[in-house]
Design a binder for this molecule. Structure first.
Ligand code: GZL
Length: 361
């Protein structure tokens, strides 16, 4: 739509110039012959994509989903900028997109606050901003066109409901659950929602939430903080990892400490919960019980963003907030669904057959 106005603007300026020249008393300006009209290809849609970083398997799949959807062959001009997990880099990228007068900006914001000014600049430039994955906390929600992503608090509550059901099945007293939370990047929507889900469940079921500390969604930091926590507490029997890459680091730390990861709480194993479920390593760990349950987080948002842009191009108004659907993964056969706020959520019980299919996604 915006592109239409842009090309109309050029046509009107040309016409105005021609008529001004013609009416200034000189011999009617010779308006140059219209060049042979070439069969013009439809102008490409130019999209400025500010991705927050490359910190996890989820992020890599999310980026790939965007690059493969908005390819040149499919008629797009995608300008991709990796923010290296720094908001300042993302703000610089958005300002570059504004100077380049892109048709759309797609932003996956690293954290929620600090976007008002630059989104105001994009709005003043008449460039629609589509938020993907995490959200922004702004004074005026008109500063962005729409958002597409996951309900992170529901993800957290589903994982906790699974743990509650599992403890009941194992006849393991929930007051004896001693939990540490390896949080994601502090201030990111995924971290805020997943942490809230755990905190609410710990209160509801009287779990002992020993400590929460950030692993920044990375394997290295996850291992580092888990190593410290194992030195500090000898009662830990549940680790809530806010993404799979942290879980990989946590498992390394636990095994290097001489403890065992697994689902046998009574037998002294440490039960690991996680989020994402995009890498074959995570799915295989879940099949083997090294990760007891993974709350899926869907990274394939490129096609959803494409639908939004097609709607905007057609002059339609997309949903302001659009949630993607997700499951839970676990190899524990007795739990096939969990309930959150009266809504039943299916659990994908893993086995060799469906793991083979999942790992070919
Ligand atoms: C969730 C996304 C999170 C993933 C992590 O939508 O923001 O960031 O869960 C990623 O793996 O780093």
């Amino acid at each position: 739509m915006r592109r239409l106005f842009k090309s109309l603007q050029c046509f009107l300026c040309f016409g105005l110039l021609a008529s001004m020249l013609a009416s200034c008393g000189k011999e009617a300006a010779v308006v140059p012959e219209e060049p042979e009209v070439q069969a013009e290809e439809t102008p490409k849609i130019t999209i400025g994509f500010s991705q927050l970083g490359a910190e996890s398997d989820w992020r890599s799949m999310n980026t790939e989903s965007m690059l493969s959807t908005f390819s040149a062959e499919l008629g797009y001009n995608l300008i991709y900028e990796n923010g290296q997990q720094k908001q300042a880099n993302q703000i610089t990228a958005i300002r570059k997109f504004i100077q380049q007068d892109v048709d759309y900006i797609v932003l996956a914001p690293v954290t929620e606050t600090g976007w008002d000014t630059v989104l105001e600049e994009a709005k003043n430039a008449g460039i629609p901003v589509i938020l993907m994955d995490r959200r922004v906390d702004v004074q005026d929600e008109e500063l962005f066109t729409c958002w597409i992503g996951s309900d992170f608090e529901v993800e957290g509550r589903k994982a906790c409901e699974w743990l509650h059901r599992y403890a009941q099945l194992q006849k393991f007293s929930e007051e004896d659950l001693h939990i540490v939370n390896i949080q994601g990047t502090l201030g990111a929507t995924a971290q805020l929602g997943r942490t809230r889900g755990l905190q609410d469940a710990a209160k509801l079921y009287s779990w002992d939430l020993l400590e929460e500390t950030t692993g920044d969604f990375t394997q290295t930091k996850g291992k580092e903080v888990m190593t410290d926590l194992l030195k500090k507490y000898d009662t830990i029997n549940v680790v809530y990892c806010e993404n799979d890459n942290e879980a990989f680091g946590v498992i390394e730390a636990i095994e290097e400490s001489g403890r065992k990861v697994g689902c046998d709480l009574a037998g002294g194993e440490i039960l690991v919960l996680s989020f994402d479920g995009v890498s074959p390593i995570a799915i295989n760990d879940c099949l083997e019980g090294k990760i007891a349950c993974i709350a899926e987080c869907n990274p394939l948002l490129g096609s959803r963003v494409q639908t939004i842009i097609e709607e905007l191009e057609a002059g339609k108004t997309p949903e302001k907030f659009e949630y993607v659907s997700e499951t839970l993964f676990s190899a524990v056969e007795d739990i096939t669904e969990v309930e959150v706020d009266g809504v039943s959520h299916a659990v994908t019980v893993l086995n060799a057959e469906n793991v083979e299919k999942l790992n070919k996604r």
